[in-house]
Design a protein around this ligand. Structure first.
Ligand SMILES: [Zn+2]
Length: 402
């Protein structure tokens, strides 16, 4: 992500972003990347579909949406020149992601009761239908696997083979999308290589990754490369205005900061939506820590415990920004402070409590809390502990400048 500060509380013209349900998995829903779309559609038109393709590019550029739109297009029975029809029997199944000739393998937390990707197929469908631009982090949160390494275990290779050996149900091609194939267990990875060397008839493998350099070279060399690039700023800006109803000037700033990553842009939007809550909560937490008021501290801790892990992390990183702004204001150059409105007013007063003798340590405490939240610790204990530490640190007197 590029570094640049956003105006907080920007105005969106529609309170609820448009619902993308049933509108995913079309080329027209993918931001930018027009050359790749053209290449893929013309490969279908000329019946030159290579049996294994590697769709790769940086996070948030739309690799999975592209693979899905391509699959839908290959399966669509009434396709147009540029996109699927959306209405044929095949498209109707795609609308719910239940086409019998479309298969998936993706990383998950492996356990006895969940031995293959399909154990998570309903979460997977939900994630894609909500927003196919999700990141591995978001996927991990959705399946509550924060503290577990996500992998595609050995057993999955047998599953892949089994599915591909099924006769096609309806379509000409069976399609197997493998998301993040670099997370395949090495035994599974070698088996996949064998399958790619001697693929079953009429199968299409779409390997989708952000880390093609972590894949076995022998696998990469068996695939046709579909290299995607980060989204151009102008295209991302346009998408933010249209899809999220954000004012042009704000969309421009977000697009710049997100640096071609739509997933990052959505996080920034989300963060701004919660800026008012974050500021108010930070103020309460700091005031109740300054003169340690157990009842007030507990009430803030309860509030924070109730908002869920992602929002807690977002609150903590927002707090870190405010603390850094205080240090900037005190020690560097006030003109560098990039806040406005309520936030600026608050930081002007609060900066007096954040200084050389405690600033770094307070930052450490917030970073520690982020790590503990990520590791799934008890939110109440984490925030209570943090409030105790801040109470100590914030009452350290400001050193007298010589
Ligand atoms: Zn169709």
């Amino acid at each position: 992500m590029r570094f640049c500060y956003l105006p907080h509380h920007f105005i969106t013209s529609s309170p609820n972003p448009p619902n993308h349900y049933l509108r995913t998995m079309f080329f027209k829903e993918i931001i930018g990347q027009s050359e790749i779309k053209k290449r893929l559609t013309s490969s279908v038109a000329s019946s030159r579909i290579s049996h294994a393709q590697l769709v790769f590019g940086p996070e948030g550029c739309g690799t999975l949406p592209m693979a899905l739109a391509y699959s839908r297009y290959v399966h669509c029975t009434n396709r147009g020149e540029e996109d699927s029809c959306g209405e044929c029997p095949s498209c109707a199944k795609y609308n719910k992601l239940v086409h019998p000739d479309l298969h998936f393998a993706f990383p998950f937390k492996n356990a006895k009761e969940t031995p293959v990707s399909d154990s998570y197929i309903s979460e997977w469908r939900e994630a894609i239908l909500e927003n196919p631009y999700f990141t591995l982090d978001e996927w991990s949160t959705r399946i509550e696997a924060e503290n577990k390494q996500l992998l595609i275990p050995e057993k999955e290779s047998g599953e892949i083979l089994r599915k591909l050996n099924l006769t096609t149900f309806e379509a000409e091609f069976k399609i197997m999308i493998i998301w993040m194939p670099e997370r395949l267990h090495h035994v599974a990875s070698n088996k996949l290589l064998k399958i790619l060397e001697e693929p079953p008839e009429k199968t299409l493998f779409l390997l989708v990754t952000e880390k093609e350099d972590e894949l076995l070279r022998t696998i990469v060399s068996r695939t046709q490369l579909i290299r995607m690039h980060k989204i151009h700023d102008a295209e991302l800006r346009e998408a933010l205005v249209q899809r999220h109803g954000i004012e042009k000037a704000d969309a421009e700033k977000i697009a710049f900061q997100a640096d071609g990553n739509y997933a990052a842009a959505r996080l920034l939007i989300d963060r701004n939506e919660h800026a008012a809550f974050n500021l108010a909560t930070f103020q309460k937490l700091m005031r109740s820590s300054l003169k340690f008021n157990p009842a007030k501290v507990l009430s803030v801790v309860d509030e924070l415990a109730a908002i869920g892990r992602e929002r807690q992390k977002q609150f903590l990183s927002y707090s870190l920004d405010l603390i850094r702004e205080c240090l900037l204001m005190n020690y560097v150059d006030q003109s560098l402070v990039r806040l406005a409105g309520e936030e600026l007013e608050f930081v002007k007063k609060f900066a007096a409590f954040i200084h050389a003798a405690n600033g770094e340590k307070i930052i450490e405490e917030f970073n520690l809390a982020i790590r503990h939240v990520e590791r799934n610790g008890s939110a109440k204990i984490i925030f209570l502990d943090m409030a105790f530490k801040i109470n100590e640190l914030i009452n350290i007197p400001k050193p007298v400048m010589s």
